[in-house]
Design a protein around this ligand. Structure first.
Ligand SMILES: NC(=O)c1ccc[n+]([C@@H]2O[C@H](COP(=O)([O-])OP(=O)(O)OC[C@H]3O[C@@H](n4cnc5c(N)ncnc54)[C@H](O)[C@@H]3O)[C@@H](O)[C@H]2O)c1
Length: 339
């Protein structure tokens, strides 16, 4: 039985718990959160997950408020780091040094240097480090990549990606709406699309961005063109500056020579492939969501099962690097090359 811990039991910690629980051969043995009320269910958490201890069913899980104590007392194989982003580096390095594999939520860290520290610790301690870029595992995005990569419909001519939401209200001590702790929406939310774009098309040569300062005090809305030095146009738009009643949107339109792929999480069917003739098709997609598939992938990797790595630590570092270039481009109002 693979023994996993979770540190940070807010919105994402709960997502990880339920996804691990759905897997065989793995057990969440311990959970750590600095805020005891979150562990007892006294503090409500946003999302669809109930806030009571009874409904969370934590009775068979060792509960900690101190991460180092958890590391010292539990014989864990791996840990999910589902903490605010500004804590990712320190907790990840500590866990790797304690000999655990780590699934750290995205964004990997606040800076390229912090990402490098994490990668170095994984190498030194010969442990697996995976980042929670769940969009690489999201069934509709997996299908779209499969279609693009197959070459069946020719080359991509245009690709646009959108991820927009109201201002998040749930985060612990409002860390999400503090740019020093989250990097703002450009780093926290938009990075999902930045990473998917590099997954589809590789590292862009340069970025051109315009951005808006929002409630975090940093860029909470961005529109970017990713420059590839060929004929295709690739753009991404994202942020959390919408009004409270706006329904979260993640969507894309990818236009190839012989078809258009359309996705909008708010529509049914959400994914459609529309060739020039014969009407739109609703492709069959894999069951589950990006979280369950990403966590199953992590468990496969740490238990030595054969897999092709979907996301490497270097990919995760590059996602941070591109977003920081977008930020710089918006600040300087000019194109920034990706080095
Ligand atoms: N993959 C995704 O789709 C996705 C979605 C949302 C958030 N995230 C990422 O997940 C991470 C966590 O975000 P969240 O929305 O769950 O935040 P959250 O505010 O809901 O939860 C953070 C938790 O960390 C706890 N915490 C703070 N300091 C601690 C410490 N020293 N020791 C132990 N626990 C401590 C808090 O009490 C809180 O429960 C962030 O990096 C965020 O970017 C990813």
């Amino acid at each position: 039985m693979t023994r996993v811990g979770i540190v940070g039991f807010g919105f994402m910690g709960r997502q990880h718990l339920s996804r691990y629980r759905a897997l065989r051969g793995v057990r969440v043995a311990a959970i750590c959160d600095g805020d005891k009320a979150r562990l007892t269910g006294v503090r409500e958490i946003a999302g669809n997950i109930e806030g009571t201890q009874a409904s969370l069913g934590l009775d068979d899980i060792a509960i900690y408020t101190d991460f180092e104590k958890m590391l010292a007392e539990q014989r864990l194989d791996a840990v999910s780091i589902t903490l605010p982003t500004f804590m990712h580096r320190d907790f990840t390095v500590k866990a790797l040094e304690a000999g655990l594999h780590v699934l750290c939520e995205k964004p990997m860290a606040m800076s390229v240097e912090q990402c490098e520290d994490m990668i170095a610790a994984a190498k030194t301690n010969k442990r697996i480090l995976q980042t929670g870029h769940c969009i690489r595992f999201w069934p509709e995005y997996v299908k779209a990549k499969e279609i693009v990569d197959s070459g069946r419909y020719g080359d991509v001519r245009t690709a646009s990606f959108r991820r927009i939401s109201p201002v998040p209200g749930w985060s612990w001590k409002h860390w999400l709406i503090n740019q020093d702790k989250s990097g703002g929406a450009i780093m926290d939310l938009h990075i999902h699309d930045t990473d998917y774009i590099q997954y589809l098309f590789g590292l862009p040569e340069a970025v051109r961005s315009e951005a808006v300062v929002g409630p975090s005090g940093g860029f909470d809305y961005v529109a970017t063109q990713y420059v590839y030095g060929d004929k295709k146009i690739v753009v991404g738009e994202g942020g959390f500056v919408m009004s409270p009643d706006f329904k979260f949107e993640m969507s894309f339109v990818i236009s190839l020579e012989k078809t258009t792929i359309v996705y909008d999480c708010r529509h049914t069917p959400a994914l459609q492939v529309c060739p020039a003739k014969g009407g739109c098709i609703t492709p069959k997609i894999e069951p589950g969501d990006g979280y369950s598939r990403e966590i199953a992938h992590f468990v496969k990797r740490i238990t030595g099962k054969k897999t092709t790595d979907v996301i490497t630590p270097l990919d995760s570092l590059n996602a941070v690097k591109i977003v920081l270039a977008e930020k710089q481009s918006a600040e300087m109002k000019k194109e920034v090359r990706i080095q």
